[in-house]
Design a protein around this ligand. Structure first.
Ligand code: SF4
Ligand code: SF4
Length: 191
């Protein structure tokens, strides 16, 4: 059933509009005065010199997670590329020499010009091998090839740029939990 929205009852001063127009102008000028007198509080950035600080859960450029020995956690299962609506993930798999890991990616590329940053690849991955938490949301380049990121670029990240509570990142080489994780990995109790 349709909902009847009642018309607001305007007072005399509201119905002649002029008072409301000047009240609106006063609000605008008040904000302008506040910003001009204290420019440090401007809610703007000197972009591109100053990059925006994006939140960790912002869906930004991808990265491939690493095992304690520095190899990719990816097992080349193709679930990310299968679920990708833009068909922009290109994986070439090969047999892994580690008997615990059936396959590994010899090539892993993402075409960021096709990517719609939906995050389906991250959701589909069964082993937390791909993430979009790099906070690299602003990308630029002067040719299309720059936007096809390969395995080396996807794995070029430092655990120090991620919080200590991010256990998986801290187990990678250079992370705070790396030493213990590497021992577990070598003993075969961690994969
Ligand atoms: S974010 Fe979406 S479009 Fe981009 S690679 Fe992942 S699944 Fe494909
Ligand atoms: S879903 Fe995960 S493990 Fe499978 S190919 Fe993609 S990144 Fe690798």
């Amino acid at each position: 059933m349709a909902k009847v929205v009642p018309r607001p009852q305007l007072s005399f001063w509201e119905s002649i509009y002029f008072v409301e127009i000047f009240k609106g102008l006063a609000t605008t000028l008040g904000h302008a005065k506040k910003n001009l007198l204290s420019p440090d509080n401007f809610p703007t950035l000197n972009y591109p010199e100053e990059a925006p600080r994006l939140p960790q859960d912002y869906r930004a450029r991808h990265r491939l997670m690493k095992r304690p020995d520095g190899t990719p956690r990816c097992v080349a299962c193709f679930m990310c590329s299968t679920s990708c609506p833009a068909r922009c993930i290109n994986i070439v798999a090969e047999e892994s020499p580690d008997r615990h890991i059936e396959k590994r990616p010899v090539r892993f590329e993402i075409d960021l010009l096709l990517c719609v940053f939906c995050g389906y690849c991250v959701e589909a991955c069964p082993c937390d091998a791909i993430r979009m938490d790099t906070r690299l949301g602003v990308m630029s380049g002067d040719n299309r090839r720059d936007f096809v990121i390969d395995k080396a670029k996807l794995m070029d990240w430092d655990p120090k740029d991620y919080p200590l509570t991010d256990v998986q990142s801290q187990k990678a080489p250079g992370g705070s939990l790396h030493q213990q994780a590497l021992e577990e990995f070598r003993s075969g109790t961690y994969h």
